[in-house]
Ligand binder design. Structure first.
Ligand code: T4K
Length: 388
């Protein structure tokens, strides 16, 4: 079949995006808004903020949570709280720009480390050779919600006395051996951006097991203010407001259903795409409760019949807007290009994954028939490699 014939057979009427936010029931949010209107309390640790922070800690099974206006500011503050403000930090180039940028803003030099070809996370076997006397911390990312090798990373951190701050922007609700993913490392950042599995429109959190850190972060995210006449640290404004917190409380009621729905969609994708020549699908890891936040595939252009960039463009003709998370690598950005650790020959796996990765649409309101149709499109393109 020609590409035109395939397009007229399978094209979606409306755009299918990589992600769509889960909205709370409007009438329930309206009730929260009425409460906010009555109280006229909009931010600065109001009643909804207090309730959400507590409820989130209970959901995660973690004692200390600090809510934030977004994940990036949360990560920025995490480094300040742990006094990671000079030297070098080992991190991944296969991530969203926020990860290395918070290091840059804290005057820390990122040292890029290559990734594992299956999990797309920092390869622990390659971390140790990058440790120098200047190294102060490791900043790994649980990419697409796949847990990093937390035991190996902690082993290296303990050996060299390094802090570990996890960028868990994608990892909401993930559990490893029955415990929240946020139980590992000195601190974990979660993002609640609109495109995330769990959202508060914009928003984020820091999660730790330390009461001392929780208190310090509470100061740092509120200008360092201890009381009306005392400022104890050079803080910033990182506060989550009451509307976001009310939204978050409602999201907690539906998050398990959202994860279950995405799991079903993931299984459908897998059953329909398994065995497609040139496509590599992710795998399940023993002992991990996943969150199914993303559905990434690797496209081997030669075997599939067209490369990732062509597939990305052709899918748009069908109204399917997949995303190349994360291409280009952060090590290619002008700010980091001159770093020796960012040289492509030192990051062969990350370079290949960034060339081949494609995230297909997944979200709770995506219909199973839509997933089936996306799979039909991808399989037809693979089989026929049609010319227009
Ligand atoms: N670390 C990592 C590893 C991250 O991935 C991120 C954020 C962060 C740190 C920083 O956390 P935050 O400071 O953001 O809390 C999106 C998000 O903006 C970003 O939060 C996220 N990672 C990244 C993976 O994805 P874009 O540039 O792809 O967003 P955008 O606007 O193109 O949205 C993607 C699709 O989602 C759209 O095509 C349609 C749909 N969409 C989007 C929005 C904003 C909606 O349906 N509704 C919406 O309101 O970055």
């Amino acid at each position: 079949m020609t590409l035109d014939a395939l397009v007229s057979k399978y094209r979606f009427e409306t755009e299918i995006y990589v992600s769509r936010p889960t909205m709370p029931p409007l009438e329930r949010f309206h009730e929260s808004l009425e409460e906010i209107w009555r109280s006229r309390w909009l931010t600065n640790g109001g009643a909804f903020h207090q309730r959400f922070e507590k409820a989130l800690g209970v959901y995660l099974g973690m004692p200390h949570v600090n809510l934030f206006c977004n994940g990036t500011i949360a990560l920025l503050v995490a480094l300040q709280a742990l006094r990671v403000t000079s030297g070098e930090v080992i991190t991944t180039p296969f991530t969203f720009p926020a990860t290395p940028h918070v290091l840059h803003w804290n005057e820390v030099s990122p040292v890029f480390c290559d990734i594992d070809p299956l999990s797309f996370n920092l390869d622990p076997a390659k971390i140790e050779s990058l440790v120098t006397p200047k190294t102060v911390a490791i900043l790994p990312v649980h990419v697409f919600g796949n847990p990093c090798d937390v035991d190996a990373i902690q082993g290296i951190a303990d050996k060299y006395g390094l802090k570990v701050i996890y960028d868990g922007a994608h990892a909401f609700g993930v559990r490893v051996r029955g415990r929240s993913i946020a139980a590992w490392g000195d601190m974990t950042m979660l993002s609640f951006h609109a495109t995330k599995l769990f959202t508060t429109v914009e928003g984020g959190a820091l999660v730790s097991s330390s009461e001392r850190l929780k208190t310090r972060i509470d100061f740092l995210k509120n200008f360092g203010i201890a009381d009306q006449e005392t400022v104890v640290a050079p803080g910033i404004n990182g506060k989550m407001n009451e509307l976001q917190s009310a939204w978050g409380l409602l999201q907690l009621e539906t998050i398990e259903k959202e994860i279950a729905t995405r799991r079903e969609l993931t299984e459908l994708y897998r059953s329909r795409l398994e065995g497609t020549k040139g496509l590599t699908l992710g795998t399940e890891t023993l002992g991990v409760d996943r969150n199914y936040a993303y559905f990434p595939v690797l496209v081997d252009g030669k075997r599939f019949g067209m490369d990732r960039d062509r597939l990305f463009e052709v899918l748009k003709l069908f109204n399917v807007f997949a995303r190349k998370y994360f291409h280009p690598l952060c090590s290619h950005f002008s700010t980091y290009r001159s770093l020796p650790s960012g040289s492509p020959d030192r990051l062969p796996v990350a370079e290949r994954v960034a060339r081949e990765i494609l995230c297909l649409p997944i979200y709770g309101t995506l219909e199973p028939e839509h997933v089936a149709r996306i799979c039909d499109i991808v399989r037809s393109l693979a089989q026929s490699s049609p010319a227009r």
